[in-house]
Design a protein around this ligand. Structure first.
Ligand code: FAD
Length: 437
């Protein structure tokens, strides 16, 4: 029977450990922080529970939804599920038609989108039909901006539809983002079952949505979850691996899943010569920020829609946490990827965001307070042709999991969960093969 260590208690590590626990494989998860969840976790601020970043999920996130169900959380309780709807305040509105089957629900939404000319609408539909014909596969990856111009997508359509979707999904500027990864997301969300294109807006904080229920599940199924447990060294031994923690204690395991973010992985594996190629691959990654600005207004303040985009503004999306979480008067603004806003102090950024909101929603009063959370390395930049490492390594029984591991998805909860599950499946199937011998 293997004895598995998972290092890292973010979505990837939790998904790997829960899948192993589901199959009764002994597993210990080590998390360096005092809290699980990694880049998808909650924080406390002024008596409120906020998230380190406002997250949204899609109906196509099948592995995430499976994990959430497995942990006993009911989808209806924790998500507001909305048929795809993209609203750019005073500029653009696209709403999927719930009465029509897929993909007509999206095609008609494009044909009736408000704020586009008829030429722009037709260009969007022609593009989607062409992508379906090509099965959403490109012969070679290229930057999304370049691909959209080659497919003659009008500038306004790019600005109002494709660029906001690219930033939200890939957190990478359009002129560098991978067209192929963008198409993978479009394929799964716009060209699958109708429910796949739904927006899933969390109604509960991220720790209660993902990390805590999965940790409880792992422990109820015989696994161990250790927080404040930073692993500082991994060494190959004759029979498996020896992990060293910060106290100098050593732990022996037959299999290891390294489920930390790529920049932490580099530190941990640099002393393992066999992993030189993985180390070099990951060292080439660059990172992109995501800023979330929470603004508390008086409790009566509410927006016309739970999620609204702002065109021609630094603010990209604003979420009404009153409608979603019952946090009345609290708005969360998201700014994905790099930009001029990074040059501002947090105070000046908060003021600018407030002014933009007041311009977009006339009558909005002064905020009572605001808080800026800047995640400077929120995700790896998902650029065209990026060489992402696979989940297996040069050392048998040593795997890597995380949102950056090679796969169809950009840095998302779903990408992380899928990669964690993939590592767990590999361990489970190697165990079956051992039995058969
Ligand atoms: C602000 C923000 C907004 C986002 N919005 C969205 C969104 O809307 N939708 C979406 O799908 N995704 C979103 N993402 C991305 C998503 O959160 C990540 O892709 C996902 O959480 C990554 O999970 P992970 O397990 O791969 O890595 P991480 O979450 O980074 O987990 C790695 C864990 O390993 C731990 N660790 C590191 N080193 C060690 C060590 N030596 N020993 C033990 N533990 C260690 C870390 O403490 C961490 O908890 C967002 C991310 C951010 C930051």
């Amino acid at each position: 029977m293997p004895n598995v260590a998972v290092i890292g208690g973010g979505c990837a590590g939790l998904a790997a450990a829960s899948r192993l626990a589901e199959h009764h494989v002994p597993v210990t998860l080590f998390e360096a922080g005092r809290q699980l969840g990694g880049r998808a976790r909650s924080i406390s601020w002024k008596g409120q529970t906020l998230d380190n970043g406002q997250h949204i999920l899609l109906g196509a996130y099948s592995e995430t939804l499976r994990q959430i169900r497995l942990s006993g959380v009911t989808e209806q309780d924790c998500f507001l599920r909305l048929p795809l709807q993209l609203i750019m305040q005073d500029a653009f509105k696209l709403s999927a038609c719930p009465m029509l089957p897929a993909p007509l629900h999206i095609l008609l939404a494009m044909l009736t989108a408000q704020g586009l000319s008829s030429g722009e609408r037709l260009a969007a539909v022609r593009f989607m039909l062409w992508l379906r014909l090509k099965k959403f596969r490109l012969p070679a990856d290229l930057p999304l901006g370049q691909f959209l111009s080659a497919r003659r997508q009008p500038v306004r359509l790019v600005k109002l539809l494709w660029e906001p979707l690219c930033l939200a999904a890939l957190n990478t500027p359009l002129n560098r983002a991978s067209a192929q990864v963008f198409l993978n997301v479009l394929r799964d969300s716009f060209a699958g079952a109708k429910a796949d294109s739904d927006l899933l807006l969390p109604k509960t904080d991220l720790s209660n949505l993902i990390a805590q229920p999965l940790a409880d599940y792992i422990e109820h199924h015989g696994g161990r979850v250790r927080t404040n447990a930073m692993i500082s060294a991994v060494r190959k031994t004759g029979t498996g691996f020896c992990l060293g923690d910060a106290d100098g204690t050593e732990h022996a395991f037959s299999h290891v899943v390294l489920a930390m973010s790529p920049f932490r992985l580099v530190d941990l594996i640099q002393g393992i010569p066999a992993l030189g190629d993985t180390s070099r691959q990951v060292a080439q990654f660059v990172y992109q920020p995501i800023y979330t600005i929470y603004l508390q207004f008086p409790a009566h303040v509410t927006l016309p829609s739970p999620m609204t985009g702002l065109a021609d503004a630094v603010c990209q999306w604003v979420f009404d946490r009153g409608v979603l979480y019952g946090q009345h008067g609290l708005l969360a603004v998201v700014i994905s990827a790099e930009g001029e806003h990074q040059k501002l102090t947090q105070h000046d950024l908060g003021i600018l965001v407030q002014e933009e909101l007041q311009h977009a929603f006339p009558g909005l009063p002064q905020a009572l307070w605001f808080k800026v959370i800047a995640e400077k390395r929120a995700t790896f930049a998902c650029t065209a042709g990026l060489d992402r490492p696979g989940y297996t390594t040069a050392l048998p029984n040593l795997y890597i999991a995380g949102d950056y591991v090679a796969g169809d998805y950009p840095a998302t909860i779903e990408g992380a969960m899928r990669s964690g599950r993939q590592c767990a499946e590999a361990i489970i199937s190697s165990q079956h093969q051992e039995h058969l011998r």
